[in-house]
Design a protein around this ligand. Structure first.
Ligand code: SF4
Length: 250
């Protein structure tokens, strides 16, 4: 399958889950390449913002920023090799992330099956933008979906970022949690509208402040905390940003 490349190998790393209901738990992350969305602030743009594509990114304004050469940021990796690399870590929680991991469900199923043959105790979380439907087999194999629907601030057309039938499927699935990054009141108004439109219970909504540094998180946190108190959402920090900053592979 096509994974994101970090240095000479696939982007597989052992760390603490930084966001969501499992925040703070040790986990092995496997980052797939490719995404069907192209959010303008995406912090994993190396998974999709390849040379020759028309997508815009807020980093376009940075003098040193260039679109990525696909061969330098992706690596085709056999699923048996992914199983071998994940199993080297002393951890049974695995986070399948991206990009958008649901674009490569069949290959992920092979990874999940391979790891559970080694130890049935493996637990799998999937980080998804919520626009692609899991197959019944994939849904059954996964323990937790961290669904992160994108808001208008992503720059994506609403028809692309909100797929009602797919979202309804996640709402009906008790394994799914809904996670949002918010900066300002307008974002939180949009989350409220989303929760009403798709009937998501407030206790399954997690909202975290936007920020690539602890200072940014601190600046946005009070407004997010206030709205969590008001609407019954769960406040969520971004532990990886606090511990390691805006770095890859940690
Ligand atoms: S859906 Fe996620 S990975 Fe894809 S572009 Fe948006 S933020 Fe990036």
């Amino acid at each position: 399958m096509l994974l994101s490349r970090l240095n000479d190998g696939p982007e597989i790393f052992f760390t603490l889950q930084g966001e969501g209901v499992s925040a703070g738990m040790p986990a092995v992350f496997v980052r797939s390449s490719l995404c069907n969305l192209h959010c303008q602030w995406c912090d994993t743009d190396h998974t999709w913002n390849f040379e020759g594509t028309p997508w815009k990114h807020e980093k376009d304004a940075d003098p040193g920023y260039r679109k990525h050469k696909k061969s330098e940021v992706t690596i085709e990796t056999p699923t048996t090799e992914i199983v071998r690399l994940v199993a080297m870590h002393p951890c049974r929680r695995v986070v399948l992330t991206g990009g958008e991991p649901l674009l490569q469900q069949e290959a992920w199923l092979e990874v999940i099956t391979g790891l559970r043959e080694i130890d049935p105790a493996y637990q799998f979380e999937v980080e998804t933008n919520g626009t692609r439907k899991p197959t019944p087999e994939f849904r059954a194999a996964v323990n937790q979906f961290n669904v992160s629907p994108k808001l208008a601030n992503s720059g994506m057309d609403a028809k692309l970022r909100l797929v009602p039938e797919t979202l309804a499927g996640f709402v009906a699935d008790p394994k799914a949690w809904f996670k949002f990054v918010a900066v300002e009141d307008a974002d939180m108004d949009e989350i409220l509208t989303f929760s009403r439109e798709f009937s998501v219970p407030p206790e399954r909504i997690l909202v975290m402040p936007e920020g690539r540094t602890s200072t940014d998180l601190d600046r946005h946190a009070p407004a997010v905390a206030a709205r969590c108190l008001l609407h019954g959402w769960r406040f969520c920090d971004r532990l990886h940003v606090r511990l390691w900053g805006d770095k890859r592979g940690v």
